[in-house]
Design a binder for this molecule. Structure first.
Ligand SMILES: NC(=O)C1=CN([C@@H]2O[C@H](COP(=O)(O)OP(=O)(O)OC[C@H]3O[C@@H](n4cnc5c(N)ncnc54)[C@H](OP(=O)(O)O)[C@@H]3O)[C@@H](O)[C@H]2O)C=CC1
Ligand SMILES: CC(=O)N[C@@H](CCC(=O)OP(=O)(O)O)C(=O)O
Length: 336
């Protein structure tokens, strides 16, 4: 059994991790932690005001601490379900002690120090680990993930945005003179569990935000190797991301070519479902670890639709998928 902890376990992503890891046959979950001054320290993760769907399933206590020395010598794996700056600060401690770290935040996703000053508001201090980090887009980077000590699990929008586009770029089907236009709608859980004016029930509306400035644009463009226009929207629903991508294909490209490209990369990938006709909606994936992809081509205009649960394929499920790949377990262990 490998010993693991989840830091930030009371959050939306952390609680999903707790569910998957607790039932994972090769993982012993030795601690669920929250910040040192957390109001939730000492509570069970399954308490009613936390994640009561875990009642009788994961009834473990949340430990409020910033001192991980009690666990460090007995630890194989750390999941950081913490905000970007927190992951940035604490990941090196675990890494220097030989743990494998799966970071769900953006702290190690793009190997460019200026990216962090421009988009995250802090100066990155750990270039050494940025150089070593592997981007955990699981279907595409499995060989690198197998060797990695630090896996930067992709953002929720970047996962659903890149998965439909990558096969088409790889096969040279897109007309690059037109940047793909990505319009994405996220449920409110994408903003995390901490209350703020923007995520309270009466204030949430369908609203675009981060126009030309959202940090996921450079994350997507960097890992696609293709510029994109990315516009996120907040929707008044709890969970899920719906992505609509409009792009232009090269002269002569047919629907069969698009389907063939998607199947070439995904037919043996258990967490991606490609639709041969019609296209998915959020109900296809909520509560499930899949990313579903559909498309329609008219003349040279292609519309791709992709959907995922932001907390699952967009966060916790992809992190566990990466761990399964890293340790040579079946890729879907504990997920399906
Ligand atoms: N929500 C989503 O859809 C997605 C989230 N992510 C990323 O995953 C990470 C977690 O997101 P999410 O679950 O939504 O966030 P939440 O705000 O819901 O949870 C954050 C967790 O971190 C804990 N925490 C805060 N400060 C510290 C600290 N200094 N040390 C240890 N724990 C701390 C919080 O508990 P407390 O404050 O009580 O200590 C809480 O358990 C973020 O980096 C986010 O960007 C990635 C993809 C999708
Ligand atoms: C709805 C909402 O607010 N979503 C968040 C993105 C989700 C997230 O947690 O960001 P990472 O994927 O980079 O970790 C946002 O736009 O900032």
């Amino acid at each position: 059994m490998l010993k693991a902890i989840i830091v930030g376990a009371s959050g939306y992503a952390g609680a999903k991790l707790a569910y998957y890891l607790h039932k994972h046959p090769h993982i012993q979950l030795i601690a669920l932690t929250v910040s040192e001054n957390s109001q939730d320290g000492g509570k069970l993760i399954s308490d009613y005001d936390l994640h009561s769907q875990l009642k009788g399933v994961v009834d473990l206590p949340l430990i409020a601490t910033a001192d991980y020395s009690t666990y460090i010598n007995d630890l194989d794996i750390v999941f950081l379900a913490t905000e970007h700056a927190v992951s940035h600060n604490i990941a090196p401690y675990f890494l220097e002690h030989g743990c494998t770290v799966f970071d769900l935040s953006g702290a190690f996703r793009v190997n460019s120090a200026s990216f962090y000053t421009d988009y995250y508001g802090f100066t990155h201090q750990h270039q050494k680990w940025l150089d070593k980090a592997v981007y955990g887009l699981a279907e595409w980077n499995s060989e690198q993930i197998k060797q990695a000590q630090l896996i930067a699990v992709p953002g929720c929008y970047p996962t659903a945005s890149q998965l439909p586009l990558k096969p088409l770029i790889e096969e040279g089907l897109l007309d690059n003179s037109q940047w793909p236009v990505i319009n994405a709608v996220s449920g409110v859980s994408g903003a995390g569990r901490k209350p703020s004016h923007n995520n309270i029930f009466c204030e949430v509306s369908l609203h675009a935000y981060g126009l030309f400035t959202h940090r996921h644009q450079p994350e997507i463009a960097t890992h696609l190797g293709q510029e994109v226009i990315f516009t996120p929207h907040l929707g008044s629903f709890k969970q899920g991301i719906h992505v609509t991508i409009t792009c232009r294909v090269k002269e002569g490209v047919t629907s069969q070519d698009i389907l063939k490209a998607l199947n070439k990369y995904y037919q043996n990938k258990p967490l991606i479902r490609v639709y041969q006709k019609d296209w998915p909606g959020l109900k296809s994936v909520i509560g499930l670890p899949y990313c579903d992809i559909g498309f329609v081509l008219k003349n040279r205009h292609l519309i791709l639709i992709s959907v995922e649960d932001n907390l699952l394929k967009g966060a916790a499920a992809q992190a566990v998928q990466c761990m399964n790949i890293r340790y040579n377990f079946d890729e879907t262990t504990s997920l399906l």
